[in-house]
Design a binder for this molecule. Structure first.
Ligand code: MN
Length: 253
């Protein structure tokens, strides 16, 4: 990992190349940079899951996950917290001369080249955009199927053992952060957690790979309904995981 050339190249793109052709070069450069930056140790990110800087519409109503996540929490979380990450990400992108068309994933892959504001808000925006999609209305006996279930059973012993390990990752994250199921550079399924709004796509931190499922364990995600009882929030959250969406991410890599 060589930070300096990336910094230099980013500034070069931002400062010296103008116009449509330059944008094309910048985008192609960003993509190959991501690959070469990561070297053989990081996988490609499926283009079908590229994330724009704007918030997508919530794929359900605020009260759709009631009994697990209350409508007021959902509304504040989506329209205040997550909206603020998107807004601040756009501000940082302007301030730091990010080329038009750059994806959030490209930024995350070289996040050490950017400011703390970018790290917090590119991460925060990405994590929440994924989080909304990875939930749906409460479903009895909710669990994955197909190749994802097989992969989880092979990697963690059983779905129950996976849930326990993932739950522990969320419960044991001190302060604010996320628990993750992700695919690492060897295409192995892994569980981990990150502080603040970091995630496995960032080229910093302990865990790296493509995230399949993330759980927000910031207090703002659960405090109105669960107060200090994070474990109860996590236990209930398993009922609303959209395993079809997780399977799509798994199948794409
Ligand atoms: Mn959140």
């Amino acid at each position: 990992m060589q930070q300096q050339p990336h910094n230099g190249r980013r500034k070069f793109i931002a400062n010296t190349i103008k116009g449509t052709a330059a944008v094309t070069i910048a985008m192609a450069g960003g993509s190959s940079l991501l690959e070469s930056c990561a070297g053989p140790k990081t996988m490609m990110i499926p283009a079908s899951f590229n994330t724009s800087f704007d918030q997508q519409l919530l794929p359900y109503t605020y009260n759709a996950l009631e009994n697990v996540i209350d409508a007021q929490t959902m509304e504040i979380h989506y329209s205040k917290h997550a909206a603020a990450y998107s807004k601040a990400l756009k501000e940082a992108a302007v301030a730091e001369a990010v080329a038009a068309g750059t994806t959030v994933e490209t930024i995350l892959g070289k996040i050490n080249s950017f400011s703390v504001k970018m790290r917090n808000n590119a991460g925060g925006h990405y994590n929440h955009e994924m989080f909304w999609q990875s939930m749906k209305s409460k479903t009895p006996d909710n669990k994955p199927a197909g190749t994802l279930l097989t992969g989880i059973e092979k990697s963690f012993g059983s779905f129950a053992a996976f849930k326990t390990q993932f739950t522990d990752a969320g419960k044991n994250r001190f302060g604010s952060g996320w628990a993750w199921l992700y695919i690492d550079n060897t295409k192995a399924l892994k569980i981990g957690s990150t502080p603040n709004q970091d995630n496995p796509l960032m080229n910093v931190g302990d865990i790296k790979g493509f995230p399949l499922l993330g759980l927000d364990v910031w207090e703002h995600a659960y405090y109105l309904k669960y107060q200090n009882k994070r474990a109860d929030y996590i236990e209930n959250w398993w009922n609303v995981v959209n395993w079809d969406y997780v399977q799509k991410r798994f199948s794409a890599v």
